[in-house]
Design a protein around this ligand. Structure first.
Ligand code: F6P
Length: 519
């Protein structure tokens, strides 16, 4: 009914267009949501984050991942020191390393150039680089193949080991703390595998292993030469670290110039976020819409639906970014919240998801706001084989958001099924199901950087509204601690101690089964 709505509720930033008109809002809703953002002190919170205040209060840390992509190179002060010279030093180190590996000048122990890049890391030390590497596939060098090992599951490592050979492999041990059990166990196992290969000597480790970490002593203890360590800093959170040396697999696969474009795109979004009035501020608008559904409609989840095969890892990446950040139930002052905080973030690539879970989004009992994300231009037009694909993909993307919004008017359904009235309720769509559509000119490194930064800031804004610490992750700790005890019992290195009945029975069951297998 409102012809001006799409125009009024659309924003453009660089080469990203956000149409948020298919949401349950009026102009007044937006005004009130923005008033809420002001009342929550968002202006000050943004200034605090960018200026290096220790806003991660429980860990007493600043949150300065934005400095890593500060391509304007203006000083960023942390504890009285400009961090930019260090940032640039590591970028130059990455650049020179990438040049050597990509040109074939970096040789393995038998004199062959590197052909396989294997990143060993978990959480933020895996998801970010993995997502970006896949998203930028059209930019890959054809001399290298990327691999990612994260899980502490032999099947994960085995799948990679069967594809590579030690002579042409470069292993990146990526861990901010250099203590994550999964990464360390995988790194040690890979080192043994490497040293078992015919002709390898201990001194060859330096030709095949590098580390990305903020824990230099631990890296050296592991046996990696300081020259092969790429540093990053305590003020970079794990899930915000792909802009740091954690992005090394990205730089290796797409080249340093493209990695710098990724940073520049994110910086452009940072500048927009810092300066644009809230009414035209893309991260702020997306964040406030999320708060609207979470707290006023009880929407417990939010779907991420990229219509681009190369963005298939984006939902998992954003899942960590958002859920580890905003899955909190106490305020900054430690008071229990009496409202909902972060939603469940999930999703999968379109159109595949349409044939799997969209049914529930269209006709299920829950309200699931969704972000449709699609590139206007595909990299694959040039081939006549794929000539039609992109138009079909895009038409599906747009049709889905249209269907969610409109539903199907009862009257039409009644007409169509007048001879089968029992089908009418099954064939009806209520509509009024909200979504955003993000159209990106093309998935270039620059635009991808901007897109990721957009979601980072969205998460940050929501944390400010909910008055929680978006930058710690204490919820991950307890399970880690308990597992080390259970591990000793499963390995028979300690007698089964009294746990709760369920835990004890499960351990007992495994031990008994394993005994039977051994016997
Ligand atoms: O899951 C907890 C966590 O600390 C994440 O925040 C982090 O990205 C991941 O573990 C990996 O940590 P690290 O890089 O120190 O190995």
């Amino acid at each position: 009914e409102d012809a001006g709505r799409a125009e009024r509720f659309t924003l453009s930033q660089g080469q990203i267009l956000l149409d948020y008109s298919k949401n349950r809002i009026t102009g007044q809703t937006l005004e009130l949501l923005i008033a809420l953002a002001r009342e929550a002190g968002l202006n000050q919170a943004i200034a605090d984050m960018f200026s290096g205040e220790k806003i991660n209060r429980t860990e007493k840390r600043a949150v300065l991942h934005t400095a890593l992509r500060n391509t304007a190179k203006k000083p960023v002060m942390f504890e009285g020191k400009d961090v930019m010279p260090d940032v640039e030093r590591v970028l130059n180190q990455i650049q020179s390393f990438c040049q050597q590996v990509r040109s074939g000048a970096w040789l393995g122990y038998t004199g062959k150039p590197i052909q396989h890049i294997i990143n060993i890391g978990i959480g933020g030390s895996d998801l970010g680089p993995q997502m970006v590497v896949h998203a930028l596939k059209p930019y890959w060098t054809d001399t290298l193949t990327p691999h990612f090992i994260a899980n502490i599951d032999a099947a994960d490592m085995q799948a990679t080991l069967s594809d590579i050979d030690p002579e042409t492999s470069l292993f990146i041990i990526a861990s901010k703390t250099f203590t994550s059990t999964e990464t360390m166990a995988n790194a040690l196992a890979i080192r043994e595998w490497f040293l078992d290969a015919p002709g390898t000597r201990r001194q060859d480790i330096k030709k095949h292993f590098v580390a990305v970490s903020s824990a230099s002593e631990k890296v050296e203890t592991f046996g990696i030469a300081p020259a092969n360590m790429f540093e990053f800093w305590e003020w970079v959170g794990g899930r915000y670290s792909l802009w740091s040396a954690i992005g090394l697999p990205i730089a290796l696969m797409v080249g340093m110039a493209h990695f710098r474009e990724l940073l520049a795109g994110a910086h452009k979004m940072d500048t927009h976020f810092r300066n644009a009035p809230f009414e035209q501020n893309m991260p702020v608008i997306m964040a406030m819409l999320g708060v609207w559904y979470r707290d006023f409609f009880d929407a417990s989840s939010h779907a991420i639906l990229p219509y681009d095969h190369n963005l298939r890892k984006l939902p998992a990446y954003l899942q960590q970014g958002d859920m580890e950040s905003n899955g909190k139930s106490v305020t900054l002052d430690g008071e229990a919240v009496n409202y909902h905080t972060g939603p469940i973030i999930w999703g999968a690539v379109g159109a595949n998801g349409q044939h799997a879970f969209y049914q529930l989004i269209h006709q299920g009992t829950q309200l699931i706001p969704a972000d449709f994300i699609a590139p206007v231009e595909s990299f694959y037009y040039a081939s006549s084989v794929y000539g039609e694909h992109h138009a079909v993909l895009l038409s599906n993307c747009i049709a889905q958001s249209q269907a969610l919004m409109y539903g199907r008017e009862q009257q039409h359904v009644e007409q169509e099924f007048s001879d089968q009235p029992e089908l009418i309720p099954h064939r009806s769509f209520a509509g009024n199901r909200p979504s955003n559509t993000l159209l990106i000119d093309k998935i270039t490194p620059h635009n991808l950087g901007a897109l990721i930064a957009l979601y980072e800031h969205k998460t940050f804004v929501q944390g400010v509204i909910w008055n929680i610490n978006s930058f710690d992750q204490w919820g991950v700790e307890l399970g880690k601690r308990l597992s080390t005890e259970i591990e000793l019992e499963l390995k028979g290195e300690r007698a089964l101690r009294s746990h709760d009945a369920s835990t004890e029975a499960l351990i007992q069951h495994i031990l008994e089964q394993q005994k039977q297998i051994q016997d």
